[in-house]
Design a protein around this ligand. Sequence first.
Ligand SMILES: [Zn+2]
Length: 448
Amino acid sequence: MKISFYGGSQEVTGSCFLFDSGKTKILIDCGLFQCPRFCDLRSRDPFPFNPKDIKALFVTHAHIDHTGRIPKLVKEGFSGKIYSTPPTKELAFLMLKDSLGVLEKEARHHKEDLMFSEEDIDSAFKIWEGVEYHKIIEIGDLKIRLFDSGHVLGSSMIEIVLEGRKVLFTGDLGNPPTPLLNNPEEIRDAVVMLVESTYGNRIHNDKKERKLRLERIIENTMQGKGVLMIPAFSLERTQELLAEIDDLLESGRIPRIPIFLDSPLAIKATAVYKKYENYFNKEANNKIKSGNDIFRFHGLKLTMTTEESKAINEIRPPKIVIAGSGMSNGGRILHHEKRYLPDPNSTLLLVGYQAAGSLGRMLQDGAEEVTIHGEKILVRAKVETLQGYSSHPDREQLMEFISKSKDTLEKVFVITGEPASALFLVQRVRDYFGIPAEAPRYGETKEI
Ligand SMILES: [Zn+2]
């Protein structure tokens, strides 16, 4: 079998991998290259393969850096089937429809053609089938199964078996334990593994500490009568935050405070989460069974329309605003940042991965002045990072995950991480397990 690395290779975004058994070609993920632009120019390049030759596309999860080029793939002749779990399918639909708005804006700004149309998105969903975890799907000579990766609702690892040899593609893995999801499933006898490395060289804060810090940051915001801005990814991070704030309120550890979920996409995604409660972990399910709506609490307002969003300004601080986008690359969070970053009583709380080049990363790195919508904005607000909220494993968890298959592994390919992170993990896999490892670059093909 040959594996070609067409994105997410020594970089985080653009996840796209071609598996070719000699008889059957399948693709895993078809994500957008992002950063510095939402849709980096490379996303517009022709595919380095013929989409018509691909029998099936497997989608690990709904994040746009894993799904964003699917409509382009369909537009350019892919006519096989698309497989993912049912929640991934529904969440991907929301994400892709939402991405179109951003793509349109960006294309207008740069005077470019739109990469694909709404019809291309709809065509993709006509050939998209939801499959549950563990069900075997046969595509030519390949047997494929999805396993829970615990990263976002419905996220999957993908196991490909050819002639008894098991190749595991981890997709994005979770950072257990989480308030909502199960831990990533343990996979024991993979022969080849493609493993993510977003945090391949980092260690996360303790989870308990993260909740305590969230509590303190909310308390400080109330005392200072400031605004707590939380740029949050619409999938998982937002729902996790809502569940944790719900918990802090229920247990009386924070007083009531107006909280705005100011993101139409996050509001819609939360509705999908509610629909697929059977994908949650036991703890979350028990809470739901006892009648606690974990995404709804006193003081929480969902602001769907622009008018409702603007009306948040009228509410006197203290208040909390959760809004997209998670790296402050766009979205409603920018309006709040523009208004409250100059306020020393306010706080910007970063709870997720901030890619190099994003506004979020600049703020995280201590920028004293930033440009938002063409305006220079002084940063006087506190900027805090809660790293424990990452929905990716840290370097120790990654090693622990790989170690489960260390007796059978013949090769590890480290993917979806910036070079420093990917290469650090490569070195550790070689040193600790004595397993050959490498981090291929874009366009490389490896025989396994
Ligand atoms: Zn992801």
